[in-house]
Design a protein around this ligand. Sequence first.
Ligand SMILES: Cc1cc2nc3c(=O)[nH]c(=O)nc-3n(C[C@H](O)[C@H](O)[C@H](O)COP(=O)(O)O)c2cc1C
Length: 204
Amino acid sequence: MKIKEIQVKEQLGATDIFFPIPAALIVCGTIENANIITIAWIGIAGSNPPIISISVKKSRFSLELIRKWGEFTVNIPSADYFKETDYCGIVSGKNTDKFTDTGLTPLKSKKINVPIIKECPYNLECKKVKEVEFGDYRVIFGEIVENHIDSDKIDKNNKEINIKKVNPLVYCARIREYWDLGEKIGNGFKAGKEILKNVKMDKP
Ligand SMILES: Cc1cc2nc3c(=O)[nH]c(=O)nc-3n(C[C@H](O)[C@H](O)[C@H](O)COP(=O)(O)O)c2cc1C
């Protein structure tokens, strides 16, 4: 393949810009005393066992709670809840009860003591398994021990998650914008086969 020489890219330097990403609501603490923090630095780190990573700044009140109780829930808000999500990311639980302020409802989890959020269509119960430090941040790895989805977000025909109904909130860092998912454009592990059928594998 010939490498193009025309300069069409702006160099942005070494930054943390990455998009799109979720803006997840992490609940930590206990059922009686739960706090919510908005986290965008989040991702699946492994499938077997299922592991999720969240990156929490050392100064966050929530980090103390996650460390103290060793459990947290990850709650994916629908795009309709972008204001509540933003609120949980600009106010500290040190000074106020974010469940009361936003009107979000804590629901008992099945396998851990930290609640999930009723209004969020998708929820994960997690037990902390590891912690790694990177500068100002602590990356917390949690094993996902249970998942929940709203019954009305399951497709009646194929019994699968209907992502349009879930309508997950999408965040774009740097430009600091909330978006919704938009339209479906193809199927994973299938769309690439359109290209594959015309390719001759000639590398050894
Ligand atoms: C969209 C958005 C994403 C955020 N992502 C993170 C993140 O990944 N890690 C983090 O430590 N703080 C993140 N924050 C900031 C915290 O959510 C914020 O400081 C929060 O008020 C801390 O709450 P707490 O003091 O109750 O722990 C984010 C804020 C917003 C609005």
